[in-house]
Ligand binder design. Structure first.
Ligand code: SAJ
Length: 406
């Protein structure tokens, strides 16, 4: 039996995927409210294809519980934030999960950590707990790191088709876990050691952060030099070895804006490009704020309450607001004692910020200027509603004449 620990954005789809492919699965989360929702057939976040997968898993008998189970395999998918001061990983959720598993797990069990961790986390935090509990690693307990790689918005497809990395101490166990994941994963599954798997995952997200930072820096340079950044990127990308990403209002989510800090925290003085990229991406919400101010002056908008931010999530067509550029920008405004700006996001159903709207038309009715922070399908399909508005488009999704850009 597989006990999946942590039923968030990664753990839930993973548990459902294993169960829908016929494996015996119990999903565990310490949040009783979340468990009761799942038990009564309610999903806890929106994701394309998740409903169908949930129904298939329930039909195959998946169980949900707030208690850790006695199982042959544990899959841990809990958050791994970083300490905002030291920049070092905060492994407390992982540590707590391992301690709880140790209370119920039989000898011979395999513990698979899917959460992204800084290289060395398993050595520093996980191994000591296992040993303190009298288990011998390699015989009584097998440790594996199988970092998740799926992208919110396309999770189910990517769970099935992405390549995966399995890091294990013992090649035989690595191959066993590979067979387990091959029950649903059609991508290549590479078996390696634990430290390599840890580092590879962090490197992947850091690579993307640096590349987004390059696009964002170009946007700033081009703004200062009076050049059209999107046209420049479009033409440069015709070169066979150039592939520049898109500038935007910043980098959000719980992955790309977090994981590079692990390397900065652990290797200060060495992780220089990585640190610079983090700073550039973190500076984007403030840059957008500067653009809003400039445009307000140009268009003689005196009152910020006539400005509306479209989008609260960290990217399009997801309901995840963690580290979102819009939230970062609102924080920055509060620091400058500027408030009153209006906000709307069709994916965020509850009030999480001041002056938040839940109806697109009502929102549009109350503003003269719309700042597109997120390119949800809703706005892409209703661009004509913005005809009379002053538009600052940070995502380059609007091609109406007079649209302002980054
Ligand atoms: N962004 C830009 N410009 C771009 C691309 C992205 O500004 O050209 C912004 C997005 O709007 C968003 C942020 O960057 O705010 C991150 O979005 P994303 O779509 O690039 O990635 P995530 O954070 O949703 O998912 C990433 C993925 N990692 C990589 O692509 C290397 C995913 O595969 C990982 O599984 C996930 O992190 C994770 O959980 O680690």
């Amino acid at each position: 039996m597989i006990n999946v620990i942590g039923l968030g954005y990664i753990g839930l789809p993973t548990a459902l995927m294993f169960a829908s492919h016929g494996l015996e699965v119990v999903g565990t989360d310490y949040n009783k409210n979340l468990i009761s929702k799942l038990k009564t057939g309610h999903l806890t976040f929106e994701e394309q294809g998740l409903d169908e997968l949930f129904n298939a898993a329930v039909a195959k008998g998946i169980q949900f519980s707030d208690e850790y189970q006695t199982a042959s395999t544990y899959i841990i998918a809990v958050p791994t934030p970083y300490d905002k001061n030291s920049k070092i990983i905060d492994a407390s959720y992982v540590v707590s999960a391992i301690k709880n598993i140790m209370k119920v797990c039989p000898k011979g069990a395999t513990m698979i950590l899917e959460s992204t961790v800084s290289p060395g986390t398993i050595d520093h935090f996980v191994r000591p707990i296992v040993e303190e509990n009298g288990f011998k690693i390699g015989t009584d307990i097998h440790l594996v790191h199988a970092p998740e790689r799926i992208i919110p918005g396309n999770m189910i497809y990517e769970l099935t088709h992405n390549s995966r990395t399995i890091g294990a101490d013992d090649k035989r166990i690595g191959e066993e876990v590979k067979r387990l994941y091959a029950s649903f994963c059609q991508g290549e599954i590479v078996v390696t050691d634990i430290r390599t798997a840890e580092m590879t995952k962090v490197v992947e997200n850091t690579f993307r952060d640096i590349n987004i930072a390059f696009a964002n820096e170009l946007a700033k340079i081009c703004r200062a030099g009076g050049m059209a950044v999107y046209e420049i990127i479009r033409i440069a990308n015709k070169h066979p070895r150039v592939n520049i990403l898109q500038p935007g209002p910043g980098v959000g989510g719980h992955c790309i804006s977090v994981d590079p800090w692990f390397l900065v925290g652990d290797y200060p003085g060495l992780a220089n490009i990585i640190l610079a990229a983090r700073k550039i991406n973190d500076s984007m919400p403030e840059f957008v704020l500067g653009r809003i101010n400039d445009i307000m002056k140009e268009k003689s908008i005196a009152d910020v309450s006539r400005v509306g931010l479209y989008g609260l999530t960290y990217k399009e067509n997801v309901d995840d607001v963690r580290e979102s550029p819009t939230l970062q920008m609102l924080e920055c405004m509060e620091r400058h004692l500027a408030s009153g700006i209006k906000v709307y996001d069709p994916w965020v159903k509850h009030d999480i910020v001041k002056n938040q709207y839940h109806d697109f038309d009502a929102f549009l009715n109350d503003v003269d200027m719309v700042v597109i922070m997120v390119g949800h399908s809703e706005i892409r399909e209703n661009m004509d509603k913005l005809k009379e508005k002053i538009i600052l488009d940070t995502r380059k999704i609007c091609d109406m004449e007079g649209t302002y850009r980054l």
